[in-house]
Design a protein around this ligand. Structure first.
Ligand code: GCO
Length: 478
């Protein structure tokens, strides 16, 4: 920590081999939704459904990264990044996939990502590929989507195609991004694609996503033995509002639904018994077939943590207005399956433009928890960042002081964990560019580079300059 006692502030240093990147996702930045042989994903369908996305925004054009990727790689090179995490759109790779057949590989889809990988490697930036960042081919959803086991089976085959094509140049293949969002926001709360509100489908999706990770990990290790296998989870730092028994139990339940129902099958080879008991009113979990847990139990070479904001819970009395600081309470349904008596009390203190409380403590606590519970497991921060209502100033710049403060606090928390012994290997800032923020559309800006969506002009914000200095020096200014 900075030593202010002596009136001097000591600069803190990251490990010399610490990886410095930014993260994006295909549907959020690419555009070209109907180009290059791509077929619709569930997010094309969802965003084109009236009322689902802010202001009717869609990913049809987004940041037009499909056509501007060379310019974007040049920005990353100028920032001095050593790595870049992006996702591959499955509907570009096997656009004719059906529930029972992967279908032919689309050469135009491979060609786009090959050009992107070549551009990155040429700029000295190691690619990290996320295989699934939510843009499921619509044809699979038409047959049940992640609630249907066949989707996991096709995903393992898709992973094999990508690993064979890109394995020699890619450092890490991340199988899934945030299965919690896919399962619960997509199939229980209905605020993400495919927009379903079916608790049983959500829990089936939880399992089939864990199965998909296992199948993909096996495929990647067979096809690209030199690459690392990763998994990205948006784990929650869950605290009870009080130390009362009901609130502590509410925290246990949310920790189970958001954290342990993914960590345990993948890292321990078993589902948490308390979560299965908590959800017995919805399912007996008989969709977990013999042998499945041996498949889900594929420990990643590196576990990715996405962290943005803390989580506080308490037992809801069922009478007073239910508080939902997690931002999901205003929908018709809750993402929290079988936890209707839990609420998320609004928190005091500073918040980002998403309304998310700001507390970097959770970043440190989650990294230390993972290190404590899974010793030897390599860790990576695969997303961290903040949305603010950025504007282009009269001087042509974007002076995003709040985002710099957020990044400084959260990188400080990462360094606290590193100094305490947690094997954190790198940090991917979310995000390189302002982009399509799912149901918020383009109303929320997370980028360190401003995008004018009318002209597609990119303008690095002050946070980009600040981050480039941290990357260049490996030091965190006080
Ligand atoms: C997520 C997704 C990103 C989001 C970002 C801000 O973590 O939800 O990976 O696609 O855009 O996190 O919400």
């Amino acid at each position: 920590m900075a030593d202010h006692a002596a009136g001097t502030s000591t600069v803190r240093s990251f490990p010399a081999d610490f990886a410095w990147g930014t993260a994006t996702a295909s549907y959020q930045i690419e555009g070209a939704a109907a180009e290059g042989g791509r077929t619709p994903s569930i997010w094309d369908t969802f965003s084109h459904t009236p009322g689902k996305v802010h202001d009717g925004d869609t990913g049809d054009v987004a940041d037009d990264h499909y056509h501007l990727f060379r310019d974007d790689v040049a920005i990353m090179r100028d920032l001095g990044l050593t790595t870049y995490r992006f996702s591959i759109a499955w509907p570009r790779i096997t656009p004719q996939v059906t529930p029972d057949e992967l279908g032919p590989v689309n050469p135009e889809g491979l060609a786009f990502y090959r050009a992107l990988v070549d551009e990155l490697v040429g700029a000295g930036i190691t690619p990290a590929i996320t295989l699934y960042h939510w843009d499921l081919p619509q044809a699979l959803e038409d047959a049940g989507g992640w609630a249907d086991r066949r989707t996991a089976e096709r995903f393992g085959e898709y992973a094999d195609v990508v690993a064979r094509e890109f394995g020699e140049h890619v450092g890490t293949f991340i199988t899934l991004n945030e299965p919690w969002c896919t399962a619960y926001l997509g199939y229980a709360a209905g605020v993400h694609a495919p927009g379903r509100t079916e608790p049983l489908a959500a829990l089936r999706a939880v399992h089939h996503l864990n199965l998909a990770h296992g199948l993909a990990a096996q495929a990647i290790r067979a096809a690209a033995p030199s690459a690392q296998v990763g998994l990205t989870l948006n784990l929650a730092w869950v605290r009870p509002a009080t130390d009362g028994e009901a609130d502590v139990d509410a925290a246990r339940r949310i920790d189970g639904l958001q954290n342990r129902v993914f960590l345990d099958p993948v890292l321990r080879g078993a589902y948490p018994a308390d979560v299965q008991a908590d959800t017995a009113s919805v399912t007996d979990w008989s969709f977990v077939l013999d042998g499945d847990l041996a498949v889900t139990h594929q420990v990643p070479d590196v576990l990715g943590l996405n962290y943005y904001s803390p989580t506080v819970v308490r037992r809801w009395d069922g009478v007073s207005p239910r508080e939902s600081a997690d931002g999901h309470g205003d929908g018709a349904a809750s993402p929290w399956v079988a936890a209707d008596d839990v609420e998320f009390p609004l928190q005091p203190g500073p918040k980002t433009a998403m309304g998310w409380p700001i507390d970097a403590t959770g970043m440190r606590e989650l990294l230390l928890r993972l290190h404590r519970e899974f010793p030897g497991l390599e860790l990576m921060v695969t997303e961290n960042g903040a949305a603010y209502d950025d504007v282009l100033d009269a001087d042509g710049g974007v002076h995003d002081v709040e985002r710099v403060d957020y990044l400084r606090d959260h990188l400080g928390a990462v360094l606290d964990a590193v100094e305490a012994g947690a094997p954190v290997r790198g940090y991917y800032l979310w995000s390189l560019l302002d982009n399509f923020e799912w149901s918020y559309g383009y109303s929320k800006r997370f980028g360190i580079v401003h995008v004018d969506y009318d002209t597609q002009v990119r303008t690095p914000k002050d946070s980009a300059t600040w981050y480039a200095d941290v990357v260049r020096t490996g030091q965190l200014p006080a």
